[in-house]
Every structure is written in C-alpha cells, then in structure tokens.
Design a protein around this ligand. Sequence first.
Ligand SMILES: CC(C)(COP(=O)(O)OP(=O)(O)OC[C@H]1O[C@@H](n2cnc3c(N)ncnc32)[C@H](O)[C@@H]1OP(=O)(O)O)[C@@H](O)C(=O)NCCC(=O)NCCS
Length: 105
Amino acid sequence: MAVKLILFPLELISLARRLLFEKEVTKKCKNYPSILTIGVSPNEQGKGIGKRLIGVAEEYFRRNHYSSFFVDTEISNTKAIKFYQANGFITLISKLGNVLLIKSI
Ligand SMILES: CC(C)(COP(=O)(O)OP(=O)(O)OC[C@H]1O[C@@H](n2cnc3c(N)ncnc32)[C@H](O)[C@@H]1OP(=O)(O)O)[C@@H](O)C(=O)NCCC(=O)NCCS
C-alpha cells in the first residue's frame, strides 16, 4: 500500500512531463510524419526485423515526398536510442525524460 502511495505521484509527474514533451514535439514536427511506436517481440530482437520495419516506413514517407520523419522514446530506453542511432536518426530534443530523434530521407 505504501509503495502504491509513493508510485502514484511519481507516475503523475512522469505523465505531466510526457504531456509537456508531446506539446513541444507537436509544435516542432507538425508538418512531418512520425512513428509513434515500434516493437519486436523479445525472442525475435536483434535479427534485423526492427531495421526492416523502419525501412518500410521510410520508403512510404519517401514516396509521399517527406524529407524527414521522427521517433520518440524515454531517455531511459537506451536500447531503443542506440537502435535508432544505428538506423540513421539523430537527437533533436532531449528533455523532460524523453528524447525526440529525426531521420532525414
Ligand atoms: C528497439 C527494437 C524495435 C529494435 O528492433 P530489433 O529487431 O531488435 O533491431 P534490429 O535487429 O533490426 O537492429 C537494427 C540495428 O540496430 C542496432 N541495435 C539494435 N538493438 C541495439 C542495442 N540494444 N544496442 C545497440 N545497437 C542496437 C543493431 O546493431 C542493428 O544495427 P546493424 O544493422 O548496423 O547491425 C526492439 O529492441 C524492441 O522492440 N524493443 C522494445 C520496444 C521499444 O523499446 N521500442 C522503441 C521505443 S517506442
């Protein structure tokens, strides 16, 4: 019970930070597409599936004449950030516990 009482305000703070971050992101990226989330099941990770998924989205955006696209994740998700960097994304904003990355096509 005590744990729940402590976690609840922490979750609220995290949610508030996320909402503030998304407000800023919306302003910066309103004319560009973004991938909201990407996930590969744990026992299939590291086999190139994530890279192929990014490639399919990138091809779609290219055909629709976009010059770049975005992804975002929590700063604590270092695995995803390394994955995005390995796939050509660079960090645009890193604040409020979240990071926004951009890839030019
Ligand atoms: C992030 C995620 C989508 C990557 O998918 P994946 O299929 O495991 O990644 P791939 O095998 O296609 O890797 C592609 C490239 O990223 C690199 N990479 C992947 N995971 C990495 C890691 N943990 N550290 C460093 N590089 C990594 C690979 O080296 C590879 O580069 P290469 O082609 O030059 O060798 C997957 O780990 C995942 O679903 N994670 C949980 C959900 C999540 O965090 N999603 C992102 C936030 S919304």
